[in-house]
Design a protein around this ligand. Structure first.
Ligand SMILES: [Zn+2]
Length: 328
């Protein structure tokens, strides 16, 4: 090989290396962007609004918190992160209620994006904390005993451990706790009835029907009954009468689009969406069954293509799919 040809080959190799480096940089940038988007969604304020009767949305754009206001004080579902509390407080006060009037604090499920702020909120308001059996230990220890995830947060005293079908009442409002496990062992779907425009609506606040990245549906050593728990959850969710469809994250029920409709003053309550509820449950069940069947065949790592927590592993919300089989 003459020296000219060697130089040309070297230059080609060099430009290939530069292109590869550029592609790698772009991949990292995209990953960082996805993390930033997920984070900004969670930390972005959202206008508080009335859903029906005395039920209000007081969460951030990406993390749902619901206020049920009564004459005897308030019930709050989900504290989100500790850093979300000022935002929730501002929303409660903007609606004309007192944050310190929160008497009962509930949760959708014991993942830190919904319950990390529990201990601080209890300190600030003196609220009683009620948690479904299965998630109670995770909340009282601040993150111990979670399936797959390892992050820790401030432990919070649990004042009452709930069982499937238990009722929580305050100021004439009664919520029913439905155990909908799988996403977490004590994942809870809340139902209540709410009047709006002369009609009584069945309200369903879904805990989570989602199979997250890294979740292992077959041969799961850490959570052996996970697949049958999800199956039970879909059975329960399909059996619940639903007019007003809500959930732990606004994207379950297209919260932003419905809020826009509410703001536009269009006729009817945009949150009344029984069809949307059925479509969402069917879609999530299909994804669960696909994941289960694929993993049964492959005995793979359980990596799934979509979930409610995009970019979660980048944001310190767990372990990458390769480490998903065992809790670390
Ligand atoms: Zn979750």
């Amino acid at each position: 090989m003459n020296s000219k040809r060697r130089t040309r080959l070297w230059r080609q190799a060099d430009s290939m290396m530069k292109m590869m480096a550029c592609a790698l940089t772009m991949t990292f940038c995209l990953a960082a962007l996805s993390m930033a988007q997920a984070q900004s969604d969670w930390d972005e304020p959202f206008p508080p609004h009335r859903i029906a009767d005395q039920i209000y949305y007081v969460g951030s754009k990406g993390l749902s918190t619901y206020l049920i206001a009564t004459k005897e004080g308030h019930i709050l579902i989900n504290s989100s992160f500790e850093r979300t509390l000022p935002l929730i407080r501002a929303s409660v006060e903007k609606l004309g209620f007192k944050f310190t009037d929160v008497k009962i604090l509930l949760a959708s499920h014991a993942h830190n994006d919904h319950v990390e702020g529990h201990a601080r909120l209890k300190e600030l308001t003196g609220a009683q904390v009620f948690v479904m059996q299965g998630d109670d230990g995770v909340i009282s220890t601040g993150g111990e005993g979670q399936y797959l995830y390892t992050m820790k947060w401030k432990p919070c005293k649990v004042d009452r451990v709930l069982k499937d079908g238990d009722k929580v009442s305050l100021g004439g409002v009664t919520l029913t706790a439905h155990l909908t496990p799988g996403h977490t062992r004590g994942c809870t779907t809340w139902t209540l009835r709410a009047k709006d425009a002369g009609k009584t609506n069945n309200v369903v606040i879904i805990g989570s029907p989602n199979v997250n990245p890294g979740y292992q549906m077959a041969n799961n050593v850490d959570y052996p009954e996970i697949a049958s728990d999800f199956a039970r959850t879909f059975q329960t969710l399909k059996s619940l009468p639903c007019d007003i469809f809500l959930g732990a994250h606004g994207n379950y029920y297209r919260m932003e689009a419905k809020y826009e409709k509410l703001k536009s003053g269009a006729a009817g309550n945009p949150f009344v969406d029984p069809q949307g509820y059925r479509v969402y449950i069917a879609d999530r069940e299909k994804f669960y069954l696909e994941t289960l069947n694929r993993q049964k065949k492959k005995r793979g790592t359980g990596y799934s293509r979509n979930s409610e927590h995009p970019g979660r592993q980048f944001a310190g919300f767990g372990v990458p799919p390769s480490g998903g089989r065992k809790r670390q």
